[in-house]
Design a binder for this molecule. Structure first.
Ligand SMILES: [Zn+2]
Ligand SMILES: [Zn+2]
Length: 179
């Protein structure tokens, strides 16, 4: 099996974690996890681990490579999908055989956030929809912050949180609307 990134380099077997073997590239350090290996490991792995916050992220740089790679197993195009959840790279998966490509350090970064056992969800329509919704929400927030300034924006989020949790939320909101 050849590396989908380096093309002329042969992938070698690597025991990634207990029960999970991958095919690794000695040149670019990327890894290919075959679908059956992933599911076998996930079966033995038990419950999905709770996602860890951004400050738990391993201090590693991903070597994210652009889209357009071919599956080393079956030759089909790999689908390039963003991970989201404050992870700034994409993963590549073959729609045909289900194998997944991780560029250097991407597996380690996902492990540090406990997202590695949710890799199969990343390519689902629901996961990708949530990423787009989060992005829309974020740009909306950034727009407001730009208009009112950071100090007032922070005050605004404090007040908004206070209103949301308040038992007289509707009364407060109608008061504000009449102002
Ligand atoms: Zn390679
Ligand atoms: Zn494939």
């Amino acid at each position: 099996m050849q590396c989908p990134k380096c093309k002329d380099v042969t992938l070698i077997d690597e025991e990634l974690v207990e029960n999970l073997s991958a095919k690794s590239c000695p040149q670019c350090k990327g890894r290919w996890i075959q679908s059956f290996q992933y599911w076998k490991w996930l079966d033995a792995h038990g419950d999905i681990l709770t996602e860890k916050p951004l400050d738990c992220k391993a201090d590693l740089q991903s070597a994210d490579s652009p889209a357009g790679k071919l599956c080393p197993e079956c030759g089909c195009f790999l689908r390039h999908s963003p991970v989201g959840h404050d992870v700034d790279f994409c993963l590549d998966r073959c729609n045909n055989c289900g194998g997944i490509w991780f560029d250097q350090n991407e597996w380690e970064i996902l492990v540090s956030r406990n997202l590695h056992d949710e890799t199969h969800f990343i390519f689902s329509a629901a996961w990708q929809k949530r990423i787009r919704e989060d992005e829309t929400k974020m740009t909306h927030k950034q727009r407001i912050e730009k208009i009112v300034g950071t100090e007032d924006y922070n005050k605004l989020t404090e007040v908004a949180a206070w209103i949301t949790q308040n038992e007289h939320k509707n009364t407060i909101l109608s008061y504000l609307q009449q102002k």
